[in-house]
Design a binder for this molecule. Structure first.
Ligand SMILES: [Zn+2]
Length: 228
């Protein structure tokens, strides 16, 4: 397949900024066409083990490892331009597989401190782009974090569940906008690990009378075997 010509503006920016591909470190785009062509092209049901009770069907387009992990981290932590588009493409695969139209995408909220520290909300940016790739799909950031939630990194399944328990809410203004809409509500997150974060967003929506049809994520951590 012939690749699209690199726009001159991108090339100039990359020369000035010294951009490198996060996959192969070749100078140029943040994700070169060769590495981009290695990204997954289908989504699959990515049930975590153990599965949080009542979790809506979760979907993922990639395993959280290797190239996809590098792209996600560079976008989230270093705000590397040019990576939102491939990540949105992956999330769109999950969204399309998770529910039929019309769809309403609800991103899980970032911890308020994390958004301030990074200066951007990487997930919301990707969800908005993904919605433009899937027909009849809108975005509504209906769920808010109450704050006081720790970074989940390094926590086990039980600790994550306790950390997330009742950490989110659904403000009434968003609900009013939602009122009268019909559609499949899909909770979106970047990485599915234990499912605790998605489950808490689902709980907050359900507490406001909104049923969640599915969970759509970019990547899921490789499945652990169920303890016997
Ligand atoms: Zn590359």
């Amino acid at each position: 397949m012939p690749s699209a010509p690199l726009p001159l503006r991108d090339a100039a920016l990359d020369l000035v900024l010294g951009g490198r591909c996060v996959g192969c470190e070749r100078p140029g785009r943040a994700l070169c066409p060769g590495c981009r062509s290695r990204l997954p092209t289908t989504a699959w049901p990515a049930w975590p083990e153990p599965t949080p009770v009542g979790l809506a069907p979760p979907w993922a387009a990639a395993r959280y490892e290797g190239l996809v992990r590098a792209v996600l981290l560079a976008h989230k932590e270093r705000h590397v331009a040019g990576l939102a588009s491939p990540l949105a493409g992956l999330l769109a695969l999950s969204v399309g597989a998770a529910a039929g139209p019309p769809r309403l995408l609800v991103p899980v909220p970032s911890r308020p401190g994390a958004t301030r520290a990074r200066g951007h909300d990487p997930l919301l940016a990707v969800v908005r782009r993904a919605a433009r790739l899937v027909p009849d799909t809108a975005v509504a950031p209906l769920v808010r974090s109450r704050g006081g939630v720790r970074d989940q990194a390094g926590l086990g399944a039980a600790e994550r569940a306790a950390n997330q328990h009742h950490s989110m809410s659904c403000p009434s203004a968003g609900l009013r906008r939602l009122a009268g809409r019909s559609g499949h509500v899909v909770v979106c997150d970047d990485v599915l690990t234990t499912g605790a974060t998605a489950r808490e967003a689902q709980r907050a929506l359900a507490a406001s009378g909104i049923a969640v049809a599915a969970i759509a994520t970019i990547a899921a951590t490789p499945r652990r075997s169920r303890p016997v």
